[in-house]
Design a protein around this ligand. Structure first.
Ligand SMILES: Cc1cc2nc3c(=O)[nH]c(=O)nc-3n(C[C@H](O)[C@H](O)[C@H](O)COP(=O)(O)OP(=O)(O)OC[C@H]3O[C@@H](n4cnc5c(N)ncnc54)[C@H](O)[C@@H]3O)c2cc1C
Length: 406
C-alpha cells in the first residue's frame, strides 16, 4: 500500500513535536522533517522539573486537565497513558523513578538523559532535523503544504503544528503557533500564564523569603472559594511559589481583582491547635509571645503569625489571654494575603488557553478546516496541573497527531 502522507513536517522540536516526529517516522518510506526555530531541539525540556524533568505523573487522568473543553483531551490521554509513557521511555533506554506522589523522573535526576534518548531515537528513525528554521508561514496548495522561513522553503503532504505556547518565554516560548494556526483559519482563546508565582501584598512575604512550608491553600473572592490546593509553598519576596501555589495560579490569572489567598500553615483543626497553644502557655509562662509557635513553625514564620494576630512584641506567654491564643491559632490556620495577580509568561510553566479545540477532531487531532493539518501539545487549549501532567499531555497528543489519522 502506498504511504499516506509521504512527507510530513513537524513544526516545533519540543516534547510534543519530538514525539509526533518519532511516531510519524514509524511508517516505512515516509520523510519526516522536524523544524525548530532555536539552535537546538528540546531546550525547554532541559529546564523542566528544575533540570530533573518530571516527565509524567502515574496518577494523570483526563479529569485532571483544563481548557474550554477539557474533555477534548480524553481521547489522546486514554490512548497514551502514563504507563505508555513509562514503557516508551524504557524502550528508548531511559531508567526512571516514581516518587510517592506519582511524579516520574529519570533515575539520573537529569533532564539531559530524557533529551538524549529522544535525540538518539530521532536519529535512528531517520527524522531530518532542521534547527534555526523559524517557520513564518504555512500555505495550503491543492496537493501539499508550503512551509517557509525567512530564507528556506519546504513542501510536505501533512503538517503537525507543535510550536508550544507563550509560557517560559525565557526558554523560547513564543506565540508563533497561534499565528500559524490562525493563518489557516483557526481561532484561539484568551491566553493566561499558569503554574507561576502568585504575587501578593508584600508586607509579610518579604520577611518570609525563602521559607518553605507544607500548607493548604484557598483562593477566595467576595467570600466565594475560587480554588484550593495543598502541598509545598515557598515564600518569595513578592508572594508565593512552590507546587501548591503554582496549582492556584491558573485560577488567579482568570480571577481578576479582589482575590484573597488563605494559607493554613499547620494540619490541625482550630480546637486542636488552641489546646496546643494553651498547654504551651502553661509549660513556658516566661517565654516571649514571639516564641509561641517555636518548634511548630519556622521561627520567622511563627513570629510573623504572632504579629499578624495583633499580639504586642515583648509580652510574655502567661500574659496572653485565651482570646489572644485563639486569634493566634486562627491566623496560623488562616494566614491571609491580598492577591495582586500571577507572574507573567516569562516565568510561567504553561499557557492556559490556546487554539480552540473545536477546530480539531479529538480522535485524531486533525484540523476540521484543513485536511492534513494536525496540532498537538501546549499550542492547543489544554493544560494541566503541576507534577508531570503537562509533559504527559505533550507525549500523548504528540503520539496521536503523529499517527496522522490512522
Ligand atoms: C521552566 C519550566 C519547567 C517545566 N517543568 C515541567 C515539568 O517538570 N513537568 C511537566 O510536565 N511540565 C513542565 N513544564 C511544562 C512543559 O515543559 C510544557 O508543557 C511542554 O514542554 C509543552 O510541550 P510542547 O511540545 O507543546 O511545547 P514546547 O516544549 O514549548 O516546544 C515547542 C517548540 O516549538 C518551537 N517553535 C515555536 N515556534 C516555532 C516556529 N515558528 N518555527 C519552528 N519552531 C518553533 C519552540 O522553539 C519549541 O522548541 C515546564 C515548563 C517550564 C517553562
Amino acid at each position: 500500500m502506498p504511504c499516506s502522507y509521504p512527507a510530513v513536517a513537524v513544526i516545533g522540536g519540543g516534547a510534543s513535536g519530538m514525539m509526533a516526529a518519532l511516531t510519524a517516522a514509524q511508517e516505512p518510506g515516509r520523510r519526516v522533517f522536524l523544524l525548530e526555530r532555536q539552535q537546538r531541539i528540546g531546550r525547554k525540556l532541559l529546564a523542566t522539573g528544575n533540570g530533573r524533568c518530571n516527565l509524567t505523573n502515574i496518577n494523570a487522568k483526563p479529569e485532571n486537565y483544563f481548557g474550554s473543553d477539557a474533555g477534548f483531551a480524553s481521547a489522546a490521554l486514554l490512548k497514551f497513558t502514563p504507563q505508555h509513557t513509562l514503557r516508551f521511555f524504557s524502550d528508548l533506554g531511559l531508567l526512571t523513578t516514581v516518587e510517592p506522589d506519582g511524579r516520574v523522573y529519570p533515575l539520573s535526576d537529569s533532564s539531559n538523559s530524557v533529551l538524549d534518548v529522544l535525540r538518539f531515537a530521532l536519529d535512528q528513525a531517520g527524522v531530518e532535523q532542521r534547527c534555526s528554521f523559524s517557520v513564518e508561514s504555512i500555505s495550503r496548495t491543492s496537493k501539499s503544504f508550503l512551509i517557509e522561513s525567512g530564507t528556506e522553503r519546504l513542501r510536505s503532504d501533512a503538517v503537525i503544528l507543535a510550536c508550544g505556547g507563550a509560557a517560559g518565554s525565557r526558554l523560547g516560548g513564543v506565540t508563533d503557533g497561534y499565528r500559524l494556526g490562525k493563518s489557516l483559519g483557526h481561532r484561539r482563546t484568551g491566553l493566561y500564564p499558569s503554574l507561576t508565582r502568585i504575587l501578593t501584598g508584600t508586607d509579610y512575604p518579604r520577611s518570609l523569603k525563602g521559607i518553605r512550608v507544607e500548607a493548604r491553600l484557598r483562593l477566595t473572592k467576595n467570600g466565594r472559594i475560587l480554588a484550593e490546593s495543598e502541598g509545598e509553598v515557598q515564600f518569595t519576596d513578592s508572594g508565593i511559589s512552590g507546587p501548591a501555589g503554582f496549582d492556584l495560579s491558573r485560577a488567579v490569572s482568570f480571577g481578576g481583582d479582589g482575590q484573597q489567598l488563605h494559607i493554613s500553615l499547620l494540619p490541625f483543626e482550630e480546637g486542636e491547635l488552641l489546646s496546643l497553644l494553651v498547654s504551651r502557655r502553661q509549660h513556658f509562662p516566661d517565654l516571649e509571645a514571639s516564641e509561641l509557635f517555636t518548634g511548630m513553625l519556622h521561627n520567622r514564620l511563627g513570629r510573623v503569625v504572632v504579629k499578624a494576630a495583633g499580639i504586642a512584641a515583648g509580652m510574655l506567654l502567661h500574659e496572653l489571654t485565651d482570646r489572644q491564643l485563639r486569634d493566634a491559632a486562627c491566623r496560623c490556620l488562616d494566614f491571609c494575603l491580598p492577591v495582586r495577580g500571577a507572574e507573567g509568561f516569562e516565568t510561567a510553566q504553561v499557557t492556559a488557553g490556546g487554539l480552540n479545540t473545536d477546530g480539531f477532531f479529538a480522535e485524531t487531532l486533525e484540523s476540521r478546516l484543513v485536511p492534513g493539518f494536525f496540532a498537538c501539545g501546549e499550542v492547543l487549549d489544554i493544560d494541566g496541573p503541576c507534577g508531570g501532567y503537562n509533559l504527559q499531555w505533550a507525549w500523548a497528543s504528540g503520539r496521536l497527531a503523529g499517527r496522522l489519522g490512522l
